[in-house]
Ligand binder design. Structure first.
Ligand code: G4P
Length: 527
């Protein structure tokens, strides 16, 4: 019974957005609601304090960007939230993508003046792979932005989603007065100086004369017209359709003014799904199963270079976890003893005495846990669906001191296991090829290899165009392909064959000539 109750309370989610749309600001306001922080500004301050303390990634500090995903847990109105922070910088999207495999829903933040931007779209596509339900928050309504209908239309057209406004904005920019909550028939007015006045005024509907008392005549007329039109154009809110990832409820607000945030967090409590059933090879794992299972979706290594510690971020999928449990590490068949797992509260991390499905715990380890690994109370279960992305940029890397080639090899292998980059060893030639999703990652890697492994390295551009993992259902086909293309072949850190194409023509030609071979852009991290 407790298990069911705890599951029902959990909301594990992430915020997806393009840099600058207001993710950090919204996160901060959500944490304020959850009582996890006491004052605004603490999210950034916390980041800086942590960086100053551990000093583990100089590039991050120097550039002032956040390159790591972290987890924050907080309670609000009977719900327990696990908010997985996703790095916003577009160069670090791979980590973000993987983080999205560990959530049950997402909030998409859109800048009202800009609409859907590239990064929002990319992240949305990843959510779509797993049909993750998405609530939309249209931010910065206190500034002149685009027409709300125009924005809804853009979401619908570009993301192929049904949209249902849950709140409707009254005015915009200087004349932004608040929103009307269409689900609960409530008028929520903005206070001078920002913020919502209170929980709003309950109305009997849009015809309620209270509206005429509280709003200027032209604003009421426009609100009534707009809502009538919106109701005519958009489908009614449908919980099932939202939870299946086909419909997005839309909220309008201004994160910086803490306006519209309460409606959003209430909706997450009310509508967002509790921990979902997870796909595993051979079967599905339901959260209410009494045996503990879960998977690692992120590794954060060398948070403190002096200790070489690694934290594996583990999403609990079923059962009631208690500290000190011994779990089966499915890939190796060995048992791991979880005597010091950590939970991440906004202020700090602390020992996790227990955890429930949907919760994320950090497991300190020395490199034995990898992304995609499953842990269980005995069953050889393997979770599927942790994506591995085709690198978009490929460079070769060599040590400045040729005597350090072996050290470099080891460093690269560890970084590949951690998921920080793809590393390919060509069948011919002595150098390594490193593939990343964003160019800035090369800098970060060079810095990490130098400081954490003490190997100064040089990255150099290559003429390579793309990497594709090779697979086939026909016995012997992969070997035949490999033999015929040896000079373009490499293997990744798991020993899987990879085709490195010099240009798109070469790739197209190979695909044409080898119809029985699959050239995978993304590889499921199944180990
Ligand atoms: P991000 O994490 O998505 O990158 O965005 P972040 O919250 O850092 O917000 C980006 C900028 O947008 C910040 O301004 C922030 O203050 C502003 N912002 C966020 N929400 C709102 C809003 O509702 N209305 C308006 N008008 N602005 C908003 P900045 O000048 O870049 O940074 P800062 O000096 O405020 O820290």
């Amino acid at each position: 019974m407790t298990l069911q109750t705890e599951i029902a309370k959990r909301r594990t989610f992430a915020i997806i957005s393009h840099p600058d749309a207001g993710k950090t600001t919204l996160t901060e306001k959500l944490l304020l609601f959850g009582g996890a922080i006491q004052m605004a500004g603490a999210v950034k301050a916390r980041g800086e304090a942590r960086r100053a303390r551990s000093d583990w990634m100089k590039v991050e500090r120097e550039r002032g960007i956040s390159v790591t995903a972290s987890v924050m847990s907080f309670g609000y109105d009977g719900c327990m939230f696990n908010l997985l922070d996703t790095p916003g910088h577009e160069d670090f999207s791979e980590d973000t993508y993987r983080t999205l495999t560990a959530v049950d829903s997402a909030v998409m933040v859109i800048d009202a003046a800009k609409g859907i931007e590239t990064q929002t779209r990319k992240l949305f596509e990843v959510c779509r792979l797993r049909d993750i339900p998405i609530a939309t928050f249209i931010n910065k309504m206190d500034r002149e932005g685009r027409d709300p209908f125009d924005l809804l239309d853009e979401i619908e057209q570009t993301l192929q989603l049904h949209v249902t406004p849950v709140t409707w904005p009254i005015g915009m920019g200087k004349t932004f007065r608040g929103v009307y909550d269409l689900l609960h028939d409530r008028l929520i007015l903005i206070e001078r100086g920002g913020g919502a006045k209170d929980e709003g005024v309950t109305c009997s509907g849009l015809d309620d004369p209270k509206l005429d008392e509280l709003l200027p005549a032209d604003a009421v007329v426009k609100l009534r017209e707009d809502v009538e039109m919106a109701r005519g154009l958009c489908p009614d809110f449908d919980l099932q359709s939202y939870r299946e990832g086909h419909l997005t409820p839309v909220f309008f607000g201004s994160a910086i003014n803490n306006f519209g945030v309460r409606e959003l967090i209430n909706a997450l409590c009310e509508l967002a799904p509790p921990p979902r059933t997870q796909a595993a090879s051979g079967r599905e794992v339901k959260p209410e199963e009494d045996k503990v299972t879960g998977f690692v979706f992120k590794i954060q290594a060398n948070m403190d270079p002096k200790h070489r510690d690694r934290i594996a971020f583990f999403r609990l999928c079923s059962g009631h976890f208690k500290r000190g449990m011994k779990l089966l590490h499915v890939r190796s068949g060995k048992t791991v003893n979880l005597h010091n797992p950590v939970m991440f509260l906004a202020q700090d991390r602390e020992l996790a005495e227990e955890a429930w499905p949907g919760d994320i715990i950090g497991i300190p380890n020395h490199g034995n846990l990898r992304i995609g690994d499953s842990l269980s109370e005995g069953e050889a279960v393997r979770f599927t669906g942790i994506p591995s992305f085709a690198p978009e940029h490929l460079q070769s890397v060599r040590p400045e001191d040729p005597m350090k080639a072996k050290h470099l090899g080891r460093a690269l292998e560890q970084l590949a296991e951690e998921g920080a980059a793809r590393v390919f060893k060509p069948y011919f030639g002595g150098e390594w090829i490193v593939g990343v999703v964003g160019m800035l990652q090369f800098e970060v890697l060079a810095d990490r290899i130098r400081t954490e492994y003490e190997v100064p390295v040089k990255f150099e551009p290559t003429s390579l165009y793309t990497a594709r993992w090779i697979e086939s259902d026909v016995a012997g086909e992969v070997k035949r392909f490999t033999d015929a293309n040896r000079t373009s072949m490499a293997e990744d850190h798991n020993g899987t064959p990879v085709f490195l194409a010099r240009n798109s023509w070469r790739l197209d030609k190979a695909m044409e000539e080898w119809p029985k071979v699959r050239f995978l852009k993304t590889k499921e991290e199944m180990v």
